[in-house]
Ligand binder design. Structure first.
Ligand code: SAM
Length: 216
């Protein structure tokens, strides 16, 4: 798991945050045992933050871009009401199969609808839908595109949450396409008068963006 914190402090933060439901702990262990890219999991502290954001905002419809093995999707599903729904975009069938396995092990998994394929195309197909919260965590080069396509789908007062916005510090001297994608996204969001933004230094940087109720 990518974190800008010292490992001991990360563990301290985990120990002083709400426990993850057992199925999430099992999913984390399974992903670590079977995937060399398990660092992509958002993990228990960010998972608890996402669950709280969903619950605090009273979100009923959530959209996730970049599901991987389902840790963040399942975390957010625990914060949704019984009739809530989470649409999760993913293009890799191997990780989606793991997610489905674990969604099937818990009642809240029924709230999650997986949309396979390239997220840009899925967003085009979802253009008439509305969401209370969107979590962006897919390919970093396309964060700007995902922001532009999802903000119109978010209700006024709703949230866009973006992961990895500190990008292991590479935002300070961006070089690769992914570095540039994240730093351009950060600038774009900060300059957007239609939203209010805070960049949290949780894990690898989590930006919480609230769509204003009225335009300024
Ligand atoms: C960082 S991982 C997501 C981690 C997940 N949110 C979690 O916390 O457990 C990014 C995921 O986005 C997916 N992805 C990357 N580009 C994509 C695209 N263009 N369309 C759909 N999914 C994509 C990858 O396959 C990968 O599973």
């Amino acid at each position: 798991m990518v974190s800008l914190l010292d490992e001991r402090l990360e563990e301290y933060a985990r120990a002083h945050s709400a426990d993850a439901p057992p199925v999430l702990r099992e999913l984390e262990l399974y992903t670590r045992a079977h995937r060399s890219d398990a660092g992509m999991l958002c993990g228990p502290v960010e998972g608890a933050l996402l669950r709280l954001l969903v619950a605090i905002t009273g979100a009923r419809r959530v959209l996730e871009i970049g599901m991987y093995t389902g840790y963040s999707a399942l975390s957010m599903a625990f914060g949704l009401p019984d009739d809530g729904e989470l649409v999760a975009c993913e293009q890799d069938p191997e990780v989606a199969a793991i997610a489905e396995l674990f969604f099937g092990r818990t009642r809240v998994g029924r709230k999650i609808r997986i949309r396979m394929g390239d997220a840009a195309a899925t967003l085009e197909a979802l253009r008439d839908e509305s969401f209370d919260l969107v979590f962006i965590d897919a390919d970093k080069e396309n964060y700007g595109l995902y922001y532009d396509r999802t903000l119109p789908l978010v209700r006024p007062g709703g949230l866009v949450v973006a992961d990895n916005t500190l990008w292991s510090g590479r935002v300070l001297a961006p070089r690769t396409a992914a570095d540039l994608g994240i730093s351009a996204f950060n600038r774009r969001v900060r300059e957007d008068p239609s939203v209010e933004t805070v960049m949290l230094t949780v894990r690898d940087g989590v930006t919480v963006i609230r769509k204003r109720l009225t335009r300024r």
